[in-house]
Design a binder for this molecule. Sequence first.
Ligand SMILES: [Zn+2]
Length: 678
Amino acid sequence: MKNPLLQNFNTPHTTAPFSKIKNEHFKPAFEEAIQKAKAEIDEITSNSEAPSFKNTIEPLDFSGYTLDRVSSIFFNLNSAETNDEIQKIAQEVSPLLSEFSNDIRLNEKLFERIKSVYDARKNLDLTVEQATLLDKKYKSFARNGANLDDTSKNKLREIDMKLSKRSLQFGENVLAETNAFEMHLTDENQLKGLPDGAKEAAKMAAKEKDLEGWLITLDYPSYVPFMTYADDRNLRKKLAIAFGARAFKNNKFDNQKVVLDIVNLRHKRANLLGYKTHAHFVLEERMAETPEKVLSFSNDLLEKAKPAAEKEFKQLSDFAKKDGIEQLQKWDGAYYSEKLKKQNFDLDQEALKPYFKLENVIDGAFTVANKLFGLQFKEVDTIDKYHKDVKTYEVTNTNGDFIAVFYADFFPRKGKRNGAWMTSYKSQWKKDSENSRPHISIVCNFTKPTDTKPSLLTFNEVTTLFHEFGHALHGMLADTVYPSLSGTSVYWDFVELPSQLLENWCYEKEALDLFAKHYETNEPIPMDLVQKIKDSSNFLEGMQTMRQLSFGLLDMQWHGADPTNIKNVKEFENQAFTDTQLYPDVAENCMSTAFSHIFQGGYSSGYYSYKWAEVLDADAFEFFKETGIFNKETATLLLENVLSKGGTDKPMDLYKRFRGAAPSNKALLKRAGLVEKQ
Ligand SMILES: [Zn+2]
C-alpha cells in the first residue's frame, strides 16, 4: 500500500489524509521526501544552462514541497495530538531534517547560481515579488557566511559553535537557579491573601516532595500568584529577591560571564558578516530595519508614557501608604496594583461568560470576516480530521470561489500543548494558471462544555479566538505566487498586525451586537460591562509601557553597539535602565543574567516587537474607526495591500499603501489612555 503521507493533496477535494495515516508512515515518508527534495536541488545545480530566475530561484522555492507537507502534518500533530510514539519519531527525524537543511545551506554550487542571478538583478526586469524572493534566497545564504573565504568561514563556524554552547549554558544556569530555590511554609497565615487555587497548588507541590504545609517556587505559576496576592510583605520580598538574583550569585550557575561572552560573540559574528552590530544584522530582516529606528521608536513612546507612568507610580505609592508602606518596592508592585484594580473596577469576569457561548463567538468571527471581506464559512463533515473535536469548514468568497479549508480545534485534551496558535497544512501558491488555495488551522485550549452547560468563554478567550482567527485570515486570504512568501511568511515584527488588529472588534458595540448574546435569554451584552473591561485593561498602562520599553531598550543596549569594553553586567544594566526606573534598585538583583528571551531564545534585538506590534494594530484600527469598523473600502485596502500580500514586499511599504501613511503611535497612546482623549 502506498504511504498516504506521500500522496498529493490540493484544494477542497483532497485534504490531509489524517484517518489513513499511521505512525509507521512518518519516518519512511520523511526519508523519501528528503530524497525527493535533494533530487530537486540536484536538478537545479546540474542544469547546464546559465543561471536565471526561472531555472534557479523559482524551482528552488517550489522544491521540497512534499517534505513541507509531511513536516507540517507531522509537527502539527506533535503539537495538537501527540503521544509517546510521535515524540519518539520527532527525536528520530529532527537530525535528518537539520542535516538536510545544512546540506542546502552549504551547497556551494547552488549558492553560486543564486549569486549569479542576484548580481544581475538590476537587469532582470523582475516583479516586486520576484525581487523580494531573490533577495530572500540570496540572504539566506549570505547571512550564514556563504560569501566568506575559507578562513572566515571557519571562524564563523567556531563562533556559532561557541554561541550555541553559551546560550545552552545560559538556559541551564537559569533553570538550575530557578529550581534551586524553594520557600517552604508551614503556617497557613503565611499564605494569607492567596486564592484557593494557588494555595492548593502550593500544598500539592509540598506533598510531591513529602513535605508538610506549602511550597512556593520561582516557577511562574507559583511565583506570580504569590507576588500578586500574598499579604506577607517579608515573604514577598524574600521571593522577589530570590527571583531577581537568579544566575547572579557568583556561584557555579552565575551568568555574568556568559552574558558578556554571548554579546561579544554576537558582535564578532555580525562584524565578520559585514554588519556594524548584532542589532544591525538582526534588524535587516525586520520592518523596523535599523537600531536607530528602534531607538527613536522606543524613545518617542517613552517620552509620552513617562509622565503617565510617574503619575501612576505616585497613585500606587499613595495607595500603599495607607497600608504603612513608606517606599513602594518591586515586591509591592503586583500586590498593590491588584488591590487598587479591584477597588477601582471590581470586574467580575464570570458575569461576562454567559454572553460568550463558543458557537456564538465563532459565528461572530465569521460574520466579521463576511462583512469585511465577503467570506462565507460552511461547516462540512467530508473533510478528514485527526480528532473528532476538530471542526472543518469550506471557505468561499462572494463569487462562490473556493478560498481555503479551515480547521478549528478548540478544546484541551491530553496530547495537546498549552496555548493557542494558528498553523497550516498547505500553503497558498500560484503555478501556471492555477491558484492553489491554502489549508489553515487554529488550535486553542478553551473552556470545555459540560453535561449541563455549553462552552462559555472568558473575555480573554474571546480575544484569543479573534487573535488566532486574524492570523488565519492572513493565511486564508493569501494571494501570492511563491509559497515561501505566502500568508504569514512575513517579518516577525509585522506578523502580529492582522491578529492583534482583529482583537479590536471584540470591544466594539457594533460588532458585539452581532454575537455577544446571553446563551439562555438571548439578551445582548450590557455595554457598561464591556467598557469596564476596556478601562481595566488600560489600568496602570503607563507603568506597563515603561516596563516593556525598559526591557526593549536594555536589549538594544546589549546588541546595538560594540560591547568589547563592557566589564560589569550590573553596572551596564543600571545605566541602560536610567530613563525607565521607577522602583529603587535592588543591589543583589540583575535582570540580564536571567533574561532568557534575548540570551537563550530568539528574541535578541527583537524585544521591541511587542510594543511595535501594538502601535501598528492601534494605528490600523484607528483607520477603521475613522471610516467605520465595517467599512468595505478600508477592508479592501487591508486585503489588497496587507492580507493578500504576505511577504512579497517591504512591510513598511505594504502598510503605507493600506494606511496612506507610516504608522503613528498616536492611536496607541489614545487607546491606552496615556494621552488625553480629544
Ligand atoms: Zn499571534
